[in-house]
Ligand binder design. Structure first.
Ligand code: AHR
Length: 525
């Protein structure tokens, strides 16, 4: 047995210790309002974002057909298997800032003829264009997901974007469809979501809201989806660039224009980008941090709630029927780059803290399910708050990956309000709610409950009631670790790993002992 195998075993033993050593104190009441269901939790809030950035695509997804790393048509097999378990609803691609410098023609046709370009946004890396449209579509088909394609508004034209959509969606009776067929895919691709530009107030061209709006109207009209299977309810949804965090000029201008619009243009969504950074530029460490740092970042992430409310209020003013979805299509914790890495590659570690931070964001999105119907974590592999990290043939699943996997039952389930006396957890100058929770009923009528115990020191005993009905048992998983900054490394890949969790009612009461700094997801019977 190799040295790291022994270390992995030791960590597994420790994991069992933190699960069983809880002392929870007096119970707090948690009531799931099962008789008062809310809206559907759109599965698309569990979306991913894969940009041509560092090893986000090259190395993390694409290794090439000739690679010794096991792959299917150049796409790494281990990553596909891991992502399938997340039931990834959509993948946003090719950027990010990269999207506004991307020219799709560089990435189609025979590999040997593809252009090499420079990824000027991200570390001046050579972009070989070996992962282009057909490879992306192959990738999302392999993981069972849908395409969210961002077109180039910053340095492209509406014609270029229209030609790209025609290439992807037009029938083979057209030249565009014929070209796609010649490249191996006669069937039109599905493009479920279309991003019209990215951060057009910043890296996407520093456009004023009015200038962007004039572009938006043109792109929304002429960048058409010709796939005959995408009509009616299945029509492509166009997402406009929206807010930079709390800045409201874009959402205000776009929603006002949409309210008074003429027939020839439309959108179905508005984006919001907000990262958890606790200051800019990102300087907080992703490893070896203490509880003060842990509490600080969790506090910072909870600001998402206020942002969603703020933008929802603007949207409600112009769209009280909530036709336009709010897409939080870049979110996550953005930390200092790891020592020894190219700062332009945005490489950071991913800890237990980050998994809990993800769960808090899920909960905030879910509580706003009426408006937030899409979200994309930044990013999928090797970049920022990644699900997966790779190093040549090695792959590790991060704690955030596990949080996403544990929340799969919430996809398309019906939101059930939760009432819980959260209490307060204080660390230094930072005070936070001690507990956060959401619940939902899935299509089979099963009730799921997610509880995050933010308290880094104390477990919490929770007495669960279902409003009118009684809960007899709970069965699911718990994610925690010895330390808040515990990570999964290539050497010890299972340091933060979900463990089984179960509880049975006694004396008519169902109590759950939720360990300190943990996420519990259970099905209630
Ligand atoms: O996710 C990294 C970058 O952050 C994206 O490219 C950009 O849209 C945002 O500023």
């Amino acid at each position: 047995m190799r040295r790291y195998d022994l270390r992995a075993l030791a960590h597994a033993a420790i994991a069992v210790l933190w699960v069983s050593s809880a002392w929870a104190g007096a119970p707090i009441d948690l009531i799931v309002a099962a008789a008062h269901p809310g809206p559907t939790i759109d599965r698309n809030v569990f979306g991913q974002f894969a940009e041509h950035l560092g090893a986000g695509i090259y190395g993390g997804v694409w290794v090439g057909k000739g690679s010794s790393i096991p792959n299917v048509r150049g796409i790494r097999r281990d990553v596909v298997v891991a992502l399938r378990a997340l039931k990834v609803p959509n993948v946003r691609w090719p950027g990010g800032c990269f999207a506004d410098e991307y020219h799709w023609r560089d990435g189609v046709g025979p590999q040997a003829k593809r252009k090499s370009t420079i990824n000027a946004n991200w570390g001046a890396a050579i972009e070989p264009n070996s992962f282009g449209t057909d490879e992306f579509m192959d990738f999302i088909a392999q993981i069972g997901s849908e395409a969210y394609v961002s077109v180039n508004v910053g340095s492209g034209t509406a014609q270029e974007a229209a030609d790209w959509l025609a290439y992807m969606t037009a029938p083979t009776s057209t030249s565009a469809g014929e070209e796609r067929a010649a490249n191996g895919h006669p069937e039109p691709y599905r493009v479920k979501f279309l991003g019209i530009g990215n951060e057009s107030w910043g890296c996407g061209g520093a456009m004023t809201p009015d200038y962007y709006l004039s572009q938006l109207k043109i792109y929304s009209r002429y960048v058409r989806n010709y796939n005959p299977a995408q009509t009616g309810d299945r029509a492509m949804r166009r997402i406009a660039v929206g807010a930079d965090g709390g800045v409201t000029d874009y959402p205000e201008a776009i929603m006002r224009a949409w309210h008074d619009k003429v027939w020839s243009w439309d959108i179905e969504g508005l984006s919001l980008h907000s990262y958890t950074t606790a200051g800019w530029p990102p300087k907080h460490p992703s490893t070896h941090f203490d509880e003060r740092e842990y509490a600080l970042m969790l506090k910072d992430t909870l600001a998402m709630e206020g942002l969603i409310s703020k933008h929802s209020t603007i949207m409600d003013k112009y769209d009280p029927e909530k036709k336009i979805l709010l897409a939080v299509d870049e979110w996550g914790v953005w930390l200092a780059p790891m020592a020894g890495t190219n700062p332009g590659f945005l490489v950071q570690q991913n800890s237990l803290r980050d998994a809990l931070l993800a769960s808090l964001n899920f909960n905030m999105f879910v509580r706003h399910s009426d408006r937030v119907r899409m979200a994309n974590i930044a990013q999928m592999t090797n970049v920022l708050q990644a699900m997966i990290m790779t190093d040549r043939e090695r792959m590790v699943l991060t704690p955030t990956y596990h949080a996403f996997r544990m929340y799969v039952p919430f996809q398309d389930a019906t939101y059930l309000p939760v009432k819980v006396d959260a209490g307060t957890y204080t660390e230094g100058m930072t005070s936070l709610p001690r507990v956060d929770s959401i619940a939902a009923r899935d299509h089979q009528g099963r009730i799921w409950l997610a509880i995050t115990n933010l308290d880094a020191r104390e477990s919490v005993r929770i007495s669960v009631a279902l409003g009118s009905a009684e809960a007899h048992s709970a069965r699911g998983e718990v994610l925690s670790a010895q330390h808040v900054d515990e990570v999964n490394s290539f050497e010890v890949p299972q340091a933060v790993w979900p463990q089984p969790f179960a509880a049975t009612a006694s004396g008519g009461a169902l109590t759950l002992d939720v360990p300190a700094k943990s996420l519990v997801v259970v099905q209630l019977e």
